[in-house]
Design a binder for this molecule. Structure first.
Ligand code: PGA
Length: 238
């Protein structure tokens, strides 16, 4: 079971250090759960320092470029992340696809470069509301999954766009159906993302093809993030 907190554009270095200091020992209370936090680039180093050398909580970036270095203003490369002690990166989050021009092709390039450099990857996919209503969900997921490399350090996050930040969590049945479909196409573990809260976490995580969660809003509050990790530990031990 894997629980990753996507902080999005929240928490500067000061707040990140305080938050991660508090999370340091969380894995000891949540056996069977791999805990990951994904701070903004500028807060990665403070988060690693806040966790200290003993913690098993891992720090991932929210994006990574496909080149090692070069004239790419505003981007950050895999070797730069590794130098800080970052262990992985999210690629293809729907907010990057919607607002920053990421496509299946750039997601593929980002994922391949990150894996080749030695990072783990959480590759995000998911249909919009219009696509679901037009019964295009499987076609969209199949197209997005086809661009995602196969690798032991890669996990997929199924994040229906209509469920992200809306409070409209996918029902456990809807999530299970999409996860089973994704798993029929790709061998990776599949996390669910989209308005996961402490109240909804268990019912999603008990689904047979839900291997964890990518949590946005509820991951930036320490109490709710801890509650989700503890719920995951309960499911993992059942
Ligand atoms: P949310 O975000 O939990 O706030 O819906 C999930 C995500 O965007 O990864």
């Amino acid at each position: 079971m894997l629980i990753a907190g996507n902080w999005k554009m929240f928490k500067g270095a000061h707040e990140a250090r305080a938050f991660t200091t508090r999370l340091r020992h969380l894995p000891e209370r949540a056996p069977g759960v791999e805990v990951i936090v994904c701070p903004p680039f500028v807060s990665l180093e403070a988060s690693i320092q806040g966790l200290g050398s003993e913690s098993t909580v891992r720090v991932y970036a929210q994006n990574v470029h496909w080149e090692l270095e070069g004239a790419y203003t505003g981007e950050v490369s895999a070797p730069m992340l590794l130098e800080l002690g970052v262990k992985g990166a999210i690629v293809g989050h729907s907010e990057r696809r919607q607002h920053f021009g990421d496509t299946d092709e750039t997601v593929r390039r980002r994922a391949e470069a990150a894996l080749e450099a030695g990072l783990a990857v959480i590759a995000c996919i998911g249909e919009t509301e219009a696509e679901r209503e037009a019964e295009e969900t499987e076609a969209v997921l199949a197209r997005q999954v086809a661009a995602i490399p196969r690798h032991e350090r890669l996990v997929i996050a199924y994040e229906p766009v209509w469920a992200i930040g809306t409070g409209r969590t996918a029902s456990p049945e809807t999530a299970q159906e999409a996860h089973a479909f994704v798993k029929s196409l790709h061998p990776a573990l599949v996390l669910y993302g989209g308005s996961v809260k402490p109240e909804s976490a268990s019912s999603l995580l008990v689904q047979p093809d839900v291997d964890g969660a990518l949590v946005g809003g509820a991951s930036i509050d320490p109490t709710s993030f801890e509650a989700i990790c503890l719920a995951a530990a309960q499911v993992a031990s059942a």
